[in-house]
Design a protein. Structure first.
Length: 545
């Protein structure tokens, strides 16, 4: 498989070959290209940590424990905690069963994070699921999920987060200054654009300069806002005796398998995002120590917060009210907080800012990993020399998100959301395959019991299959998105034999990469040609598609 999107093998070999003078026939100076883990070294799996470029003050620019934990907490806690409680109660029909679902979802997410601790310490490449599936050479599968995530799911979600931020901010300032009705939509989109540009600018520099500090501040603000709701609820429960909703907590519980699975589906959606650190493993300081601590502590904190905040909800709101409410936090604040309810829109805006920052981090690293693998144009694999950030991928994700600001993306998100669980299932199969084939990985990998991987795989399969029954049309459309990615991979990446098209792509790749490197002060970070490496090493892992 060619290293670059659309490049023939001979051209890709020229482009990754480095010399002291100039880069052979590629039109780029040698200082703009980093050929990671060159194909001349056939045993490429033994030191994955060496695939990233070495940059000055690298240690200072990486995430430490506090910033890594803040990314985990900040990425999980989002608008879901204000939306999902209604869905879960609609499927469980009781206080007790609803709280059990929230607790079990925390346990399942923790189980998944433990499996990803092994993957993150075994394979140091950025890109999370994409990198792990590519590691076993299931390139077409990796491409199909990447195609959906990078071009649709992440930008659409970021657009929704930015627009929702604008909507809540307009709602929050309404008591002070009401935006004229004819300008409401324009104001919301303008605010969405401004916050998106601000978040992009912060991610433009080294993580330790703005992005991680901002994430830490926003995460503490999120926890503080959650603490306000929790403290208010427990104050009413303990000191005011508002315990009537807990007298018969399991009354009316719905244990139908279909309803339970859909309740878990909603709960796990609220916990989604715990794998954020695996998207940027090379940017974590001492990942063997930081990754497990940040993931486990972050999920324990989030699990406790989610269960406690739902207890607080039920102190004030009964089951029927919860089932019929589309704004649980607003209803709670009106009943329990009085005039303080005016602060709720601003609290939610803060939550969305943190979620948007995490989204940009994940999506840009995903796109960067895909370009590095040769599944997207090489210009997107450019890393800024000074900061080590994938500026080209960050800019590309921002541009796609801005485009989505002008469209209704809610249906699109429904079509592709379930695909995330199918992707997790494939990743677990890849992990079990690596164990079965004894594929070489980092020597300091943290191994977890294989039973954990099997259990989490079963959960992922259930969450992929059940929507076929409950939401058949939506699920089929989602599968169509994935299948289109497979077709694109085989037509344009693997078996593209059109000389004219190849020449056009070669010219575009050379010009765009050179321009990107110069404008963004970047270097190209490339992976070795996996196909050539596997041919030179009979013991090379996986099956090359």
């Amino acid at each position: 498989m060619a290293v670059f999107y659309g490049l023939r093998k001979s051209e890709s070999t020229k482009l990754i070959h480095r010399s002291r003078g100039n880069l052979c026939d590629c039109g780029l100076p040698s200082d703009v290209v980093i050929a990671s883990n060159s194909a001349a070294a056939p045993k490429m799996a033994e030191k994955p940590s060496e695939r990233t470029p070495v940059i000055a003050d690298e240690k200072k620019q990486k995430m430490g424990f506090l910033s890594a934990t803040s990314y985990v907490i900040g990425n999980i806690i989002g608008s879901g905690i204000f939306i999902t409680p209604t869905s879960i109660v609609q499927h469980t029909n009781s206080v007790g069963l609803s709280l059990i679902v929230w607790a079990v979802c925390a346990g399942i997410s923790l189980l998944g994070s433990i499996c990803f601790i092994e993957l993150g310490t075994a394979i140091s490449d950025p890109g999370c699921d994409f990198a792990y599936v590519c590691y076993v050479k299931w390139f077409s599968v990796a491409f199909s999920f990447m195609w959906v995530s990078v071009l649709f799911t992440y930008p659409a979600c970021a657009a929704v987060q930015a627009l929702t931020f604008g909507q809540y901010l307009v709602q929050g300032i309404a008591p002070i200054w009401a935006v004229p009705p004819e300008y409401v939509v324009l104001t919301e989109k303008s605010l969405a654009f401004v916050i998106l540009i601000l978040i992009t600018w912060m991610n433009w520099y080294a993580l330790d300069k703005f992005a991680t500090k901002f994430q830490i501040v926003v995460t503490f603000a999120k926890l503080l806002s959650m603490a306000v709701i929790i403290c208010a609820g427990f104050y009413l429960l303990i000191f005011k005796g508002w315990s009537h909703n807990f007298e018969r907590p399991m009354e009316g519980s719905n244990f139908a398998p279909g309803n339970l699975v859909m309740a878990f589906y909603g709960g796990l959606w609220s916990y989604a995002g715990w794998d954020i650190l695996n998207y940027g493993t090379p940017e974590i300081h001492k990942p063997k120590r930081t990754l497990p601590l940040a993931l486990i502590i972050g999920l324990v904190v989030v699990g406790a917060v989610f269960v406690l905040i739902n207890v607080s909800y039920f102190v004030v709101i009964d089951v029927e009210e919860m089932k019929n409410s589309n704004a649980v936090a607003a209803l709670f604040s009106q009943k329990a907080l009085g005039s303080f309810s005016y602060a709720i829109p601003f609290m939610i805006s803060v939550l969305l800012m943190g979620s948007l920052n995490s989204n940009i981090f994940c999506s840009s690293r995903f796109m960067f990993a895909a370009a590095r693998q040769g599944h997207l144009p090489p210009a997107l694999s450019c890393m800024n020399i000074e900061s080590g950030c994938p500026r080209a991928a960050i800019l590309a994700q921002t541009v796609i998100t801005v485009i989505f600001l002008f469209f209704d993306t809610s249906s699109l998100i429904n079509y592709v959301t379930f695909v995330l669980w199918a992707q997790k299932a494939v990743t677990m199969v890849a992990l079990l395959f690596m164990r079965y084939k004894d594929i070489p990985v980092n020597k300091d990998v943290i191994r977890v019991p294989i039973l954990f991987s099997v259990i989490f795989l079963i959960v992922c399969v259930l969450l992929t299959v059940v929507p076929l029954v409950e939401e058949f049309v939506t699920t089929v459309i989602g599968f169509a998105f994935v299948f289109s990615g497979v077709l694109i991979y085989y037509i344009f990446v693997k078996y593209n034999k059109s000389q004219t098209l190849n020449n056009l792509k070669d010219a575009f790749n050379k010009k765009s990469t050179g321009l990107t490197c110069r404008v963004l002060s970047s270097q190209v970070d490339l992976k070795a040609d996996y196909k050539e490496a596997s041919q030179s090493d009979p013991s090379s892992h996986g099956s090359n598609e």
